[in-house]
Design a protein around this ligand. Structure first.
Ligand SMILES: N=NNCCOCCOc1ccc(-c2cn(C[C@@H]3NC[C@@H](O)[C@H]3O)nn2)cc1
Length: 447
């Protein structure tokens, strides 16, 4: 049996997010978020599911941390629920909310697990949405004030910070495609929101520096790889647009201080002009200490004038699919990681999300999710291959510890290495849990 050994200081972890696991939405002083509103709007979430209870991790976090301890992770990536801290988005602070996260972070530290905190994982306070949400520049300032409070409150306890999770999902998926909260379908609005998200990120990073908070800060874009179906210029350019939309649009401004011109022009031609105010790009290009990369799938892309706003379509090449219908292609993971390293240099990278939707259930007390083990093995091998190619990857954090509320798919789609019975809230360690435990324990991959 051959082994791929990971670097001595390589970190292994699991990830979750507040709205997807906490529940207790009307407990502990929490205010409503846009996902409370969206999930309670008929037709928005499969089966009418919502995050009211989820995995009840607000009450069961000690059980979840015990699972992490058994797993052997060094890092736990979680998110703070903004409306649990500021029920109205700004103004009065909910002390019960702060106390909950102190209890949770203290328990992690007691167990030798490093907390990695995502400040924004999609649960915008509804009061701010009622005032325009991310389309309103006041929300940018509200995010900076919320970030400052959390920086100061947890300074010294939390030393790894992520500002915004998957800004492509927050802007385009949620305000152009409309599949996520708040469910708008307006490209110009989505482009403006993407700019405000980057501005909020940059201003929060600047505040982090000004406050001299110990630790490192980054953000977590979701990325994909689009392989051209042919070498026809039309197919190559169509794939460039698809990657430009999800990757370059969010990384170029931070690393170069400019948006990719070909995408600015494409959006303008689609009646969605980018509106930048003086000084915005200076804020956005604040240096970050690392980037979190969230990767799930890649596609083969082809030009199609009827292929949506970008005129690109995915070609089914017969790759295996996950239970959410995404293609499985670890080669694409390697390709996008080396693309990012080639374009943006030596910036340290954490894989902050990688995982697979496999809906296997519990049979005789076991969940035999071999397909998840196969996916994780192939994608962790792609991380090893990228490391060998010089990509500066510092850690791998799988999505997710627990089956949880998968947004518009509700509870029908399971990403966890631990199964959750949503009626009893019983946790059952899947076979992938034990497989990942061995990988972490040895910090090597058997191939
Ligand atoms: N591209 N065009 N699509 C056309 C039509 O799309 C409709 C739906 O699209 C998408 C695209 C992407 C996603 C997605 C989900 N996760 C997983 C979460 N990551 C953060 C964490 O909370 C996980 O739960 N990452 N990405 C969902 C839906």
């Amino acid at each position: 049996m051959a082994y791929i050994q990971f670097p001595e200081d390589f970190k292994w972890g699991v990830a979750t997010a507040a709205y997807q696991i906490e529940g207790a939405v009307r407990q502990g002083g929490r205010g409503p978020s846009i996902w409370d509103t969206f999930s309670h709007t008929p037709g928005k979430v499969l089966n009418g599911d919502n995050g009211d209870v989820a995995c009840d991790s607000y009450h069961r976090y000690e059980e979840d941390i015990a699972l992490m301890k058994e797993l052997g992770v060094n890092v736990y990536r979680f998110s703070v629920s903004w409306p649990r801290i500021f029920p109205e988005g700004t103004g009065k602070v909910n002390k019960e909310g702060l106390a909950f996260y102190h209890r949770m972070v203290d328990k992690l530290l007691e167990n030798g697990i490093e907390p990695m905190c995502t400040l924004y994982h999609w649960d915008l306070p509804q009061v701010l949405q009622d005032k325009g949400g991310w389309d309103n520049r006041e929300t940018v300032e509200a995010f900076v004030a919320y970030s400052e409070l959390i920086f100061k409150e947890f300074s010294g306890k939390i030393k790894s910070w992520l500002t915004i999770n998957e800004p492509w999902c927050v802007s385009f998926l949620s305000n152009f495609i409309g599949a996520h909260a708040p469910g708008n379908q307006d490209l110009a609005l989505a482009v403006n929101i993407s700019h405000h998200l980057l501005l909020a990120h940059g201003k929060a990073v600047a505040r982090f520096r000004d406050l001299d908070i110990p630790g490192k800060i980054g953000f977590a874009p979701n990325v994909t790889w689009l392989e051209p179906y042919s070498r026809d210029q039309e197919d190559v350019e169509a794939c460039r647009r698809g990657m430009g939309w999800m990757v370059d649009w969010f990384l170029d401004p931070i690393f170069t201080g400019t948006y990719p011109a070909f995408m600015v022009d494409w959006f303008a031609a689609n009646q969605a002009p980018l509106q930048i105010k003086d000084g915005d790009m200076e804020w956005i290009k604040q240096p970050v200490d690392f980037i979190g990369i969230n990767y799930y799938e890649s596609n083969v892309g082809r030009h199609n004038p009827q292929g949506g706003m970008l005129e690109v379509e995915s070609v089914d090449m017969g790759y295996k699919k996950t239970d959410i219908g995404w293609f499985i292609n670890a080669e694409g993971f390697y390709n996008v990681l080396t693309f990012i390293a080639d374009k943006y240099g030596e910036i340290p990278i954490y894989i902050t999300e990688n995982g697979i939707c496999i809906n296997d259930g519990v049979e005789d007390g076991t969940v035999n999710d071999q397909r998840r083990i196969d996916y994780l093995k192939g994608h962790i091998a792609a991380v090893a291959r990228s490391l060998k190619s010089g990509v500066n990857i510092k850690g791998y954090i799988t999505w997710s510890l627990l089956d949880n509320f998968e947004w518009a798919e509700g509870y029908s789609k399971r990403f966890g290495i631990v199964h959750v019975n949503y009626r009893t809230l019983e946790r059952t360690k899947k076979e992938s849990f034990f497989w990942y435990q061995k990988v972490i324990g040895n910090s090597w991959l058997e191939v």
